[in-house]
Design a protein. Sequence first.
Length: 187
Amino acid sequence: MALQLGQIDAVFDPALVLPIGGREYRVEDVPALLGLYCQRVWASGVAVAQATRVGRDGDLAAAQRALDGVNRIPPPPGVTEGTPLHVAVLGDTYQQMLADGVSGRWIQHAGMTVIAWLAAGDEVAEMYWASAGRPEAPAPNRAARRGGASSSTGGANKTPSPGSTSGTNSRRRGNRGRGSRSGGTTS
């Protein structure tokens, strides 16, 4: 007997809500071909970034090939060639933002967040949104973004404990107190 699943729209809401200036802008999911286009552009951008490895010896020829590949991807049906991708993915929400007087930089950030969401998923979109699109700016952890308290107990006490009366300080040696970061990737 075949497995019968319930209606997906009863449990899955394919939309993204972006809070800007005290308002919430709901961005609906995009047509399949536009979503696939975002994924291809994103993958090509990742290839360019990996090939260039800013600050290191990168493969500039590979970066140029990846960039040329991005430029050869035709826009999906319904998206005119002059329309920026960040505007296309916002759909009707773009007009609503314009009518509300949202700044161009916020609109661009919102659209780029939608591209990240479509291409790489919820967590990447959350990180992009929270970092204001600056990869060098770490996004706060989930508990902080949701207003929860951190469960970490490894923080240093900022108030020094009373030391000896000799006037000398002892220093700890080693890597204690320094966290290590995993080099894992998300899919």
